[in-house]
Write a new protein. Sequence first.
Length: 232
Amino acid sequence: MSALHLIRIPVSPPQLLRFAREHGIVQADDDLGYTLHAWLTALFGELAPKPFRYLDRRHEVLGYANTPASQLLERAQAFASPQAWTALDPSGVLGKPMPTSWRTGQRLHLEVLTCPVARKGDEEKDLYLRALDRTGEQTPTRTEVYRDWFAEQCKDAVELEEVTVLGMSARTRMVRRARNGPNRLRIVERPQALFAANAIVRDGDRFAGLLARGIGRHRAFGYGMVLLSPPR
């Protein structure tokens, strides 16, 4: 596995929204997922960090990339459009290499913003609604369904303790590309859930893979990034 880097990318919200309008993203993009995906791709191409998380109060993106921050900036300066470059503060782009190994038994704290959906055939559906389809009145609460799903996603890499749902929304409007045209966009509604938990590393390699891949679907649009801090 190649080295993983944590990248901080500051965002100018007014210039980002101007970039969105100039690229035809005029629909309501509540989570800014599609807008940020398009912007990061315009800046960094295939090197763009994924998964990533937008921290709106700080006006910054945090993401994992296989490329150091210096190389990302070189790519953007050489090839990004002026509209994309204007929304970026190059002096604020920072990065650090993540550990190359994680010790079994190591304790840490996770925070992950997720989109708890599952795909069956061509249909993507809220995990809670799928559970209702299967078990009806016997279905646990939405919080319990989401918490069980989150634990299942992590189980091979870490043992979770004290899983907390910090926030939850059954319907968040997201912009996605329409299937009937490469240049057409559509609005979809999907759930989101913000999890926090203390965790103990079970398998260092699997945990490294979890960081690089992220958790759940829509990881290219601001979901699934595992943020780390000391255990609480």
